[in-house]
Design a protein around this ligand. Structure first.
Ligand SMILES: [Zn+2]
Length: 362
């Protein structure tokens, strides 16, 4: 078995690994490049998509899943093995990507037409997303699966809902792909799996060069900024990835309200985020850590009074007229989405506070 790295080596995004055995080739992940490396997303694959026999997808984040519709567009028709929540999250994320690409393409093409340049086309369309969705083969955690003489098991990676670490056996060797790993915090996900043995390990190391603060310290800091924003009577803006991180922010607000009841309007300004929260609730039995207590009490860990879901762009803009608010909106890296107009309208005010809760690309 041969492993070739086509992304996420000496960089964080674009996870894509080609594994070749005597019976053919398969992929682990096929993600988008983000941040500085973004332009690599549209470059041709270094292999023929039609020759790939199947794909194992660790989780839904776009830097792991985002180029699967492009693979489909270019002839890949093999099965895509993934957990059920990963499949549902992919559909939401991919359709959102199509929408964002479409908006960007229209903007670029308006300029191109004026300048007499040829029009450009999106990387993939809704049709490709539909096609790629049809390739999914749901797998359960800890279930032994097999294709083309390759055996594999998805283990709960404790990263986002549905995320997996892969154990793969082929031609007498065992290789483990960690996928993205959770931080052992036991808040919404449990602990990453203990893998007893492997011949080769491909492991995520995004934060390998630093120690995270403790959970208690992070919560303390979060609480202080929330209290500060409320005391100042202004806005608290929280740019957030809408998968997992936004649900975690909602949960932290639930905890904070349990600890020190407060009344301050919270707006979750992301229709996509609301759909993701529904998927988290649907698969809440797969969540672990502190979520288990909420499951036992049959209590929704993402809901509280004063929480408002913002749907239309007009409703989002109307928030500019409100002084006091906690606003959670995408995108997590402030590279687009509704958070941009909130930052533009509020950043200059002394009373505004911003909490960055996730990874920021350079
Ligand atoms: Zn991830």
């Amino acid at each position: 078995m041969q492993v070739t790295f086509w992304g996420a080596a000496r960089e964080v995004t674009g996870s894509c690994y080609l594994l070749t055995t005597g019976k053919g080739a398969f992929l682990v992940d096929c993600g988008m490049f983000q941040g500085k490396a973004e332009e690599k997303t549209g470059q041709p694959f270094s292999f023929s998509p039609a020759d790939i026999r199947f794909l194992l997808l660790t989780h839904a984040h776009l830097d792991h899943s985002g180029r699967i519709p492009l693979l489909f567009k270019q002839g890949f028709r093999g099965k895509v093995y993934a957990t059920a929540p990963t499949i549902e999250l992919c559909e939401i994320l991919w359709l959102d990507t199509v929408k964002l690409m479409q908006e960007e393409i229209e903007r670029v093409n308006r300029k191109n037409i004026r300048a007499g340049r040829p029009e450009v086309h999106p990387l993939f369309t809704e049709e490709d997303v539909t096609g790629a969705m049809g390739l999914f083969e749901p797998v359960a955690y800890d279930e032994l699966c097999m294709q083309d003489g390759v055996e594999f098991v998805f283990r709960d990676a404790a990263h986002i809902l549905g995320a997996a670490t892969l154990e793969i056996w082929a031609e007498g060797a065992k290789v483990v792909f960690s996928g993205d790993l959770g931080p052992f915090s036991n808040v919404m996900e449990g602990s990453p799996p203990i893998i007893e043995e492997a011949d080769f390990v491909v492991i995520e190391s995004t934060y390998g060069d630093r120690r995270h603060r403790t959970l208690a310290e992070t919560r303390q800091e979060f609480e202080e900024v929330v209290q500060e924003a409320m005391a100042g009577g202004g806005k608290l803006l929280i740019p957030s990835f809408v998968v997992d991180r936004a649900q975690r922010v909602l949960y932290e607000l639930v905890l904070l309200k349990d600890k020190v009841p407060f009344s301050y309007p919270v707006f979750f300004d992301s229709p996509m985020g609301a759909r993701v929260t529904d998927i988290y609730l649907k698969y809440r039995h797969l969540l672990a850590g502190e979520m288990q207590r909420f499951n036992l009490d049959n209590r929704n860990p993402f809901a509280f009074s004063d929480l408002h879901y913002v749907v239309t762009p007009a409703e989002s803009k109307a928030l500019n007229e409100i002084e006091k608010a906690i606003i959670i909106a995408g995108s997590g890296m402030c590279s687009g989405g509704r958070i941009v107009h909130h930052l533009k309208h509020n950043l200059y005010k002394k009373s505004t506070r911003v909490i960055f809760v996730g990874f920021q690309a350079q």
